[in-house]
Design a protein around this ligand. Structure first.
Ligand SMILES: NC(=O)c1ccc[n+]([C@@H]2O[C@H](COP(=O)([O-])OP(=O)(O)OC[C@H]3O[C@@H](n4cnc5c(N)ncnc54)[C@H](O)[C@@H]3O)[C@@H](O)[C@H]2O)c1
Length: 256
């Protein structure tokens, strides 16, 4: 099963992943579990998350990932999930702010309520997860936070302005927190995925036209897979990247 590089310092670490039940998040959950990390992940996709836990367990992970059902739009529930993860696994020293929702919307259809809902999933939980977990990182002597951005706004993609605005703001959070907590050995970076071939993307958006667009845009042949994103997340969480902070790391096949 093990296909990633091995980072011995990740073994036994308490890792918290948002949206870890499907898509890129599922690849993160699997990759960190196979490093021997103690993974807790939150998600609303209950069936997929439970199936993932069973699957990773059957693959022989030392610590079977812990799924906590939590809608990230509810900050009190997010805080409670962080506490539950700490009680189960000890101080969290890796936070992967991965959850998002890229539902398309026409600018003219956006209401204030819809706007707030997009921010409540794509932007707000990143800050509040970090706020809840940073004291644990301080107590543990350091940690790594990886915030997930997107190439969509860099490429000037339309059809979802609330999403692209939220994603463009991610790096501002990264750089602010990296400055605030860097001297305490807490590193904060942005991981920017290209167009990643998750089941959701393949089902909803990757048309034959889109395939042509990817081929024209990427320098590299082939497709960016969730495991390619997990590889970068492992690196950014481990001591291998110990002097990297406040930066963006793009995994897009050379598109942007
Ligand atoms: N897939 C891509 O091509 C791509 C491209 C650029 C950036 N990204 C970024 O990478 C990250 C992961 O993307 P993905 O494609 O795997 O996303 P996805 O939509 O496939 O999965 C996101 C996960 O978050 C969960 N989630 C959604 N709303 C939630 C909520 N309210 N509370 C708790 N969990 C919730 C979903 O159930 C799902 O498991 C996101 O930050 C996304 O913006 C993805």
């Amino acid at each position: 099963m093990q296909r990633n590089a091995v980072y011995p310092d990740l073994a036994g670490r308490s890792v918290f992943i948002t949206g870890g039940g499907t898509g890129i998040g599922a690849a993160l959950t699997r990759a960190f579990a196979h490093q021997g990390a103690k993974v807790a992940f939150v998600d609303i996709a209950e069936e997929d998350s439970a199936a993932l836990v069973r699957q990773v367990g059957s693959e022989g992970a030392t610590h079977v990932p812990k799924f906590i059902r939590c809608d990230l739009r509810d900050i009190a529930a997010l805080r409670a999930a962080v506490q539950e993860a700490q009680q189960a696994h000890g101080d969290i020293t890796v936070l992967l702010n991965n959850a998002a929702n890229d539902q398309r919307h026409k600018p003219e259809d956006v209401t204030p309520e819809y706007w707030d809902d997009r921010m409540a999933i794509n932007q707000r939980p990143m800050f509040f997860a970090a706020q809840a977990i940073i004291p644990q990182m301080q107590h543990a002597g350091g940690g790594a936070i990886v915030n997930f951005g997107s190439v969509s706004w860099k490429l000037g993609q339309g059809g979802m302005p609330a999403y692209t605005m939220a994603k463009a703001s991610v790096h501002g959070l990264t750089r602010g927190l990296a400055r605030d907590y860097g001297k305490q050995n807490i590193r904060v970076n942005t991981l920017v995925p290209g167009w990643v071939m998750t089941k959701r993307q393949l089902t909803l958006w990757v048309t034959p036209e889109a395939e042509k667009q990817i081929d024209a845009g990427q320098c590299l042949a082939g497709r960016v897979m969730p495991e390619n994103i997990a590889d970068m997340a492992l690196f950014l969480s481990s001591a291998a990247s110990s002097m990297c902070s406040a930066q963006e790391f793009v995994v897009d096949g050379g598109w942007t």
